[in-house]
Write a protein of this length. Structure first.
Length: 290
């Protein structure tokens, strides 16, 4: 029987903080307990925000807190063809369409819709896509693309959900409302999510599903802020014929005001804490692991 596979997958768009340390240490500890493998994945598809110095800092900070991982490290920017292939498969199923509205245009459309009452939001609080791009003719789509108009490739959520039955996942951790065990997936709550953009052939949702499958990840250990996104991931796994890992969502490390940590939280940054005299053992205590 193959050993279980875990992964820690940060984005190099800032320095790691205590929240990252907690998630990385949980993955490391679970891999050791289960005689499994720990992979490191660098999620660097956002070329405008990801920087080499932050990637180097990730390696240094993780090594400092005592985490070891398998080589080679998978860098998403080196595997865009994998995501394009998955997107092409979804397109061949008739589940992807281009939407040409800018963020500002979408905000205006939402405002118009809300003049008649509340417009639905996704689990993260963002308004569902309010446009009518699905109704554009093939000729109009071709004309807009040929003209160089920016676009996002969206998943036709209604059509996608119509192709699969009821979806669930196995939750070994706990959701924000104490969900555990067999959890029903509700991808429709997210509306027509973006799968790629004109300049980038993937999104977080698509790339994480492709990567986890290609790397053989069997248990996903990550924060509760991604609990509801699992519904979209389960849908994409089913559509693409990819296996479903088990999931272990964990609590978030928060600041004194109860807010989720961000990479701008210098007071909780691993670099700052180390410079102030913190040790790997004290980092474990700060996140409640010892």
């Amino acid at each position: 029987m193959a050993p279980p596979v875990f992964r820690f997958a940060p984005s190099p768009n800032g320095l790691l903080h205590l929240g990252h340390a907690y998630s990385a240490l949980l993955n490391f500890d679970r891999a050791r307990e289960a005689d499994g493998r720990l992979l490191l994945r660098i999620e660097d598809i956002d070329a405008t925000r990801c920087r080499p110095e932050f990637e180097t800092a990730i390696y240094e900070d993780l090594a400092w807190i005592g985490i070891a991982w398998e080589a080679p490290v998978r860098r998403q920017s080196e595997h865009l063809a994998d995501y394009r292939a998955a997107l092409d498969k979804l397109s061949a199923l008739g589940l992807v369409y281009p939407a040409f509205e800018s963020r500002a245009e979408i905000a205006r459309l939402v405002a118009v819709r809300e003049a008649g009452g509340p417009w639905p939001r996704d689990p993260d609080g963002a308004p569902l896509y309010p446009g009518n791009a699905k109704s554009l003719s093939a000729g109009e789509r071709t004309r807009l693309i040929a003209s160089g108009t920016p676009y996002a490739l969206r998943l036709d959520m209604a059509a996608a959900c119509g192709r699969v039955g009821g979806l669930t996942w196995n939750e070994l951790g706990e959701g924000p409302d104490e969900e555990r065990g067999t959890v029903p997936a509700h991808p429709e709550a997210w509306g027509d999510v973006i799968l790629a953009r004109k300049e980038t052939p993937t999104s977080y949702h698509l790339s994480v599903v492709v990567d986890d499958a290609l790397q053989g990840v069997s248990e996903v250990v990550r924060g509760q802020d991604l609990f509801h996104a699992t519904s979209v991931h389960r849908l994409l796994q089913e559509l693409l014929g990819r296996p479903a890992p088990t999931y272990r969502h964990h609590k978030l490390i928060r600041d004194v005001a109860g807010r989720k940590l961000s990479k701008s939280s210098r007071s909780t940054g691993l670099r700052e804490l180390r410079a102030a005299g913190a040790t790997p053992a004290s980092i474990r205590r700060l996140v409640g692991l010892d």
